[in-house]
Design a protein around this ligand. Structure first.
Ligand code: VG1
Ligand code: CO
Length: 546
C-alpha cells in the first residue's frame, strides 16, 4: 500500500449526473485517483464497508476499475462487488447496491455522451439507497477535491475482473459478479413475464437497439433468453468501447438504425433503444404511413402511469408520480384523474431519491428519455421497455391504439426539446443572465398569439429534507398552459449547451394529428424572441431537435 502525494485539480465538480470530462482529462496522472479519494474522504472513510463498482464499458472503463479496486483495498474497504468485465449498467448497479445492502457504489459512465479515446468518461457515486448522491454529498466531494494532498493505493498487479468469483487484494475481498443476473431476477418480479412470452410466441415483434452500449447483454438475456423473442430482436447488442463510433443517445436524431427499421409497413410492432449506461429508453410504435410513431418520453411516462395497474408490481396503484420540471405536464393530468400527487423536481435523477424513499412517488420520469420507479433508484431503460411490453401483452392493443386512446382521454401535450450545442460558456451565461433579468416584466406580454401568464426561475424545496436548489431553469408559462423552459446542460464536456423545452396542450382530439414542430411553431418563435438566441449565440437553428 502506498500513499501518494498529490495536488488538487480545478473543476472536479459533479454536474447533473457525476463528474464528466474528456477521456484525455481522466488519463492525466492522479486525476481519477484524486476524485476517488475525495469520494472516500467525503464519506468519512470507507474502512470495513462494502462497495459496488462497474461501468458502461466505454473506453478507459477497465483501467479505471483497476485503479478504484486498488484504492478501495488501500482504504480498507472490506469487500467490493464488481460486475464481470467491469460492466454494470446504471440501473443494475442501483439494483446490486440495494440487494446486497452496500454502503454505495461507484458507477463509471458518461451515459449518452460519445466514447472512445477522444470521447467522454465519467464517474459518479451512488448512496446506499442505490441512487445518485444528493447535492449535499456531491458538494462535499467537490470541496474535498479542492484540498486533497494525498491518496492511498495498493501497489499490486491488476485483479482478474473477468472471472466470476472472489479473490483477495490486500485485506479486501473482490467479488466478481454476473452483471445481469440480479437485475434480470428483479425484472421478473415486477412484470408479467408469461404474458409477454405469450405475446412473442404469438408472432408479435420487437426491435431493441442496444446502440453498442451496455444494455446489449441485459437485453439479450431478458428479451431473447427469458422472454423467447427470436435472436435478432436485439440489434447492436455487443458493447464496444467507442459504441461503434456512434452517439449512444436513444432519440430519433441518433438512434437512426432503429428509426429506419421502424419505418415502413413491415416494421416490427414495437421498437426501443437505450443509451450508453442503459438508463434511458426511447419507445417507438409502428406508424400508419412510412413514418414510425415516435412517443415522446413525457407521453410515455403519462401512459405508463395511466395503465400501471395492469403490471403486477403496480397492481395496487401508484402512491404518486414525479417529473423533472422541463418534462411535460402530461403525467400531471393522469395524476389528477387518479387522485394522486404529482411532484415537480429539478433536472437529474438524484432529486427523485427522497420522494421514492419516503413512499411519496412510485413512478418518475424526465423528458430526456428517462423513466423509472421505486424498484431501483435510477432511471431504467429496459424496465420501461418491459413495462410497455407488459401493456401490449395484457391489453392486446397496438402501440398506436394505446397512444391515441390516451390522448383522447387526457388531451395531447405536444412536446419538443431544442438543443443549441457548442456555445461559448460566456455567451450562454450572458443569455441566461439576460433572460433572468427580464422575468419580472414578462407576465402580460402577448406574442405570436400567446400571452405570458407566469415567468420564474425554478427553485425546488425538497419536501422530505427541506433542502433548497435554486436556479434550476427559467420557465415561462402562457395562458392555457403552454410552456417554454430554458436551462443549460450540466452533462457536457465542451462549451455550453442551451436546452429549450417546448410544450403545448391541445385537448380537442381533432387537433391531435399535427406534426409536432408545426404544432409548436408559435412557441418556437416566442422562445427565440424572448431569449434572443441568435443575437447571443449566432445560431439560428438548434443543433439537435428531439
Ligand atoms: C441530461 C438530461 C437529464 C438527465 C441527465 C443524466 O442532463 O437533460 O434529464 O438526468 O442528462 O442522464 P443535462 O444537464 O445535460 O440536461 V444520463 O442518461 O446521464 O444518465
Ligand atoms: Co444514461
Amino acid at each position: 500500500m502506498t500513499t501518494v502525494a498529490t495536488q488538487p485539480f480545478s473543476g472536479q465538480k459533479p454536474g447533473t449526473s457525476g463528474l464528466r470530462k474528456k477521456v484525455t482529462v481522466f488519463q492525466q496522472p492522479h486525476y481519477l485517483e484524486n476524485f476517488v479519494q475525495s469520494i472516500f474522504d467525503a464519506l468519512g472513510g470507507v474502512a470495513g464497508q462494502t462497495l459496488v463498482v462497474g461501468g458502461d464499458g466505454r473506453y478507459h472503463n477497465r483501467e479505471a476499475v483497476q485503479t478504484i479496486l486498488k484504492m478501495a483495498a488501500a482504504n480498507g474497504v472490506a469487500r467490493v462487488l464488481v460486475g464481470a468485465g467491469g460492466i454494470l449498467s446504471t440501473p443494475a448497479a442501483s439494483c446490486v447496491i440495494r440487494k446486497y445492502r452496500t454502503l454505495g457504489g461507484i458507477v463509471l459512465s458518461a451515459s449518452h455522451n460519445p466514447g472512445g479515446p477522444d470521447g467522454d468518461f465519467g464517474i459518479k457515486y451512488n448512496i446506499a439507497n442505490g441512487g445518485p448522491a444528493p447535492e449535499k454529498i456531491t458538494e462535499a466531494i467537490y470541496a474535498r477535491t479542492q484540498t486533497l494532498a494525498e491518496y492511498r493505493i495498493a501497489d499490486a498487479g491488476d485483479v482478474d475482473i473477468d472471472t466470476v468469483g472472489s479473490r483477495q487484494l490486500l485485506e479486501t475481498t473482490i467479488t466478481v459478479i454476473d452483471p445481469v443476473a440480479d437485475y434480470a431476477e428483479l425484472q421478473q418480479q415486477l412484470f408479467d413475464f408469461p404474458a409477454i412470452r405469450a405475446w412473442f410466441a404469438a408472432g408479435h415483434t420487437l426491435c431493441f437497439d442496444g446502440m453498442h452500449a451496455v444494455s446489449g447483454p441485459y437485453a439479450h438475456r431478458i428479451l431473447e433468453d427469458l422472454l423467447g423473442a427470436p435472436r435478432g430482436t436485439v440489434i447492436n447488442g455487443t458493447p464496444l468501447p467507442d459504441f461503434g463510433q456512434g452517439h449512444p443517445d436513444p432519440n430519433p436524431a441518433y438512434a437512426t438504425e432503429l428509426i429506419a427499421r421502424m419505418s415502413g409497413p413491415d416494421a416490427p410492432d414495437f421498437g426501443a433503444a437505450s443509451d450508453g449506461d442503459a438508463d434511458r429508453n426511447m419507445v417507438v410504435g409502428r406508424g400508419t404511413g412510412s413514418e414510425p410513431l415516435l412517443i415522446s418520453p413525457s407521453d410515455s411516462l403519462a401512459i405508463l402511469a395511466a395503465n400501471a395497474t395492469l403490471v403486477p408490481a403496480y397492481q395496487a396503484g401508484l402512491k404518486g408520480v414525479a417529473r423533472s420540471m422541463p418534462t411535460s405536464t402530461a403525467v400531471d393530468a393522469v395524476a389528477r384523474a387518479l387522485g394522486i400527487p404529482a411532484y415537480e423536481t429539478p433536472t437529474g435523477w438524484k432529486f427523485f431519491g427522497n420522494l421514492l424513499d419516503a413512499g411519496m412517488a412510485t413512478l418518475c420520469g424526465e423528458e430526456s428519455y428517462g423513466t423509472g420507479s421505486d424498484h431501483v433508484r435510477e432511471k431504467d431503460g429496459l424496465w420501461a421497455v418491459l413495462f410497455w411490453l407488459n401493456l401490449l401483452a395484457t391489453t392486446g392493443k397496438s402501440v398506436a391504439q394505446i397512444v391515441q386512446e390516451h390522448w383522447g382521454r387526457f388531451g395531447r401535450h405536444y412536446y419538443s426539446r431544442h438543443d443549441f450545442e457548442g456555445i461559448a460558456t460566456e455567451q450562454a451565461d450572458t443569455l441566461m443572465a439576460a433572460l433572468r433579468g427580464k422575468l419580472a416584466g414578462l407576465p402580460g406580454l402577448a406574442l405570436n398569439g400567446l400571452t405570458v401568464a407566469e415567468a420564474d426561475d425554478f427553485a425546488y424545496t425538497d419536501p422530505v429534507d427541506g433542502s433548497v436548489s435554486r436556479q434550476q431553469g427559467v420557465r415561462i408559462v402562457f395562458a392555457g398552459g403552454s410552456r417554454i423552459v430554458f436551462r443549460l446542460s450540466g452533462t457536457g464536456t465542451e462549451g455550453a449547451t442551451l436546452r429549450v423545452y417546448l410544450e403545448r396542450f391541445v385537448s380537442d382530439p381533432t387537433g391531435h394529428g399535427q406534426p409536432t414542430q408545426a404544432a409548436l411553431a408559435p412557441l418556437i418563435a416566442s422562445a427565440h424572441e424572448i431569449a434572443q438566441i441568435t443575437a447571443h449565440t449566432g445560431l439560428t437553428e438548434p443543433t439537435v431537435v428531439t
